[in-house]
Design a binder for this molecule. Structure first.
Ligand code: GLU
Length: 444
C-alpha cells in the first residue's frame, strides 16, 4: 500500500512533466501551469482534511482510461486534415462516465484530464449517478464550415464508438459545441450500432429527445448558486450588482436569468468586447444585439467599452467568470474587488489564486458546484430518454433548483465543518461520496 501511495505522489510530478512535454511544442500553452496538476493540488488538500484513504486517493489521482485519436477529415478545399481528438474517462466509480466534448485550439491531454476529473467531482457533488469524463478536439470551430464540422464530429464519433454508450460514457456539449454537434453524434453513433440510441449524448435538440431547460441549465445553476451565496454572505439581493464574463451558452443565460431575478448586471463581455454600465446593462437588449450581430457583442451601445481584464476587477457583489479557464490567476487575484465569485466556466481560477482570494475574504463558489446545473439537467435528459416520457420546462427547473440548493448547502456545510474554502469544501463533499463507492466496490 505504501508503494502505491508513493507512486501516486509521483503522479503529480508525472502529470506536470507530461503536461510540460506536451506543451513544449506550443509556446502559448507553456505559460500556464498544468491544469491536471492544479486539480491534484486541490484534491490532495481536501484528501488530507477529510483523511481520505490512501487507496482511494491513489485511484482518483489517475484517469481510468485515456484515448487519443487522429481524425482525418476531407476539408472543403479538397485537402485532408488530421485532427487530434481526445476522450479521458476519469472515473466510473459512481456510474457511467459523463462529460462534454470541447472544440478549441488549446485542447490537449492535460486539459482534458483535468476537465474529466472535474466532471467526476461535479457529478458526485450534484449527487447524480455518473462518473466523469471529457472529450475534445484540437480545432478552431470558428474557422471551419458547417460541413467540415459535421464530418469532423462524425469521424470522431466513429473513432470513439467503442468508448461511448448509453451505459458506458455519455458525451454532451462543452466549449465550441452545442445541440447541432450532439445531433451529429446521435446520427453517427446510431449508424455504427445499427439501432437508434439518442441517450448516448445529452444536450440534443428537443426533437431528437433533448430535455426542456437543458440549454439554459448551466446558466440557471449559476444564477441559483449566486442567490444562495448572497444569502450566506449577507449580500442584499435587492441592491446586488454583478459582472458576467462570457456571453456564450453559460454567460448569456446566467446574465438573462440574474437580470430576471432583479440583480443589476453592470458588466458583460464576450471574446470580442466588454461593456460596463453602473446603471445596469439592459441584458435583453444585449441578447438581441448579439443575435442580430453574428452572435457577438462587438459594437453594442448599451454601456462603456472596457477590457475583459477591467471587467474582472470591478467593484461588484458578484463576479461570474463564464468564459474560459485561468482568467483569475496569481497575477490579478489581488486586484479582484468582488465579494463573491461564481465560477460558470470550468477552471477560471488558478490554484495559486485560490489562497490570495481566500486571504482577501472573497467567497468563491467553485466550478464543480456552480456550473453543475448543466450536467444535472443532462442527467434528467438521459432519464427521460430511457423512460420515454418527457417533463415540462417548469418540472425540470424545479428539480434542478432543488438539487442545486441541496448541493450548495452540502458544500457550505463541509466548508464550515472543515474550516476551509468552498472549493475545498466541494472537493470534500465529492470525496466523501466517491470514497464510499470505491470502497463498496472493492479491488481485485
Ligand atoms: N460540459 C458541461 C460541463 O462541463 C456539461 C457536461 C454534461 O452535461 O455532461 O459540465
Amino acid at each position: 500500500m505504501a508503494t502505491k501511495v508513493k507512486s501516486a505522489t509521483k503522479g503529480t510530478k508525472e502529470a506536470a512533466k507530461i503536461a510540460a512535454a506536451s506543451h513544449s511544442s506550443n509556446g502559448a500553452a507553456q505559460q500556464h501551469q498544468s491544469m491536471f496538476a492544479a486539480v491534484l493540488a486541490r484534491l490532495d488538500k481536501a484528501a488530507k482534511l477529510v483523511n481520505l484513504s490512501p487507496e482511494v486517493a491513489a485511484v482518483l489521482r489517475k484517469a481510468e482510461k485515456q484515448i487519443i485519436v487522429g481524425v482525418p477529415v476531407k476539408m472543403d478545399d479538397g485537402s485532408v486534415q488530421v485532427f487530434d481528438g481526445y476522450r479521458v474517462v476519469h472515473s466510473t466509480a459512481i456510474g457511467p462516465s459523463k462529460g462534454g466534448i470541447r472544440y478549441a485550439m488549446d485542447v490537449d491531454l492535460d486539459e482534458v484530464q483535468a476537465l474529466a476529473a472535474w466532471m467526476t467531482f461535479k457529478c458526485a457533488i450534484a449527487n447524480i449517478p455518473y462518473g466523469g469524463a471529457k472529450g475534445g478536439i484540437m480545432c478552431d470551430p470558428r474557422k471551419m464550415s458547417a460541413g467540415e464540422l459535421e464530418r469532423l464530429t462524425k469521424a470522431y464519433t466513429v473513432a470513439m464508438a467503442d468508448v461511448f454508450g448509453v451505459d458506458k460514457d455519455i458525451p454532451a456539449p462543452d466549449m465550441g459545441t452545442g445541440k447541432r454537434e450532439m445531433a451529429w453524434i446521435v446520427d453517427a453513433f446510431s449508424k455504427v450500432k445499427r439501432h437508434y440510441e439518442p441517450g448516448v449524448v445529452t444536450g440534443k435538440p428537443l426533437t431528437l429527445g433533448g430535455s426542456e431547460g437543458r440549454e439554459a441549465a448551466t446558466g440557471r445553476g449559476v444564477m441559483v448558486a449566486a442567490l444562495e451565496a448572497m444569502k450566506v454572505t449577507g449580500v442584499n439581493r435587492k441592491t446586488a450588482t454583478a459582472a458576467i464574463q462570457g456571453f456564450g451558452n453559460v454567460g448569456s443565460h446566467a446574465a438573462r436569468l440574474m437580470h430576471n431575478a432583479k440583480i443589476k448586471i453592470v458588466a458583460i463581455s464576450d471574446h470580442t468586447a466588454a461593456f460596463h454600465s453602473p446603471k445596469g446593462i439592459d441584458v435583453i437588449a444585449a441578447l438581441k444585439y448579439a443575435a442580430d450581430n453574428g452572435g457577438v457583442l462587438k459594437g453594442f451601445k448599451g454601456g462603456k467599452e472596457i477590457s475583459n481584464e477591467e471587467l474582472l476587477t470591478l467593484n461588484v457583489d458578484v463576479l461570474a467568470p463564464c468564459a474560459i479557464q485561468n482568467v483569475i490567476t496569481a497575477k490579478n487575484a489581488n486586484d479582484i474587488n468582488a465579494k463573491i465569485i461564481v465560477e460558470g466556466a470550468n477552471g477560471p481560477t488558478s490554484a495559486e489564486a485560490d489562497d490570495i482570494l481566500a486571504a482577501k475574504g472573497i467567497v468563491v463558489v467553485p466550478d464543480i458546484l456552480a456550473n453543475g446545473g448543466g450536467v444535472t439537467v443532462s442527467y434528467y435528459e438521459w432519464v427521460q430518454n430511457r423512460y420515454g416520457h418527457y417533463w415540462t420546462e417548469a418540472e425540470v427547473a424545479k428539480k434542478q433548483d432543488d438539487s442545486m440548493i441541496r448541493a450548495f448547502e452540502n458544500v457550505w456545510y463541509n466548508a464550515k465543518q472543515y474550516k476551509t474554502t468552498m472549493r475545498i469544501g466541494a472537493y470534500i463533499t465529492a470525496l466523501k461520496r466517491l470514497e464510499k463507492a470505491v470502497k463498496y466496490k472493492g479491488f481485485f
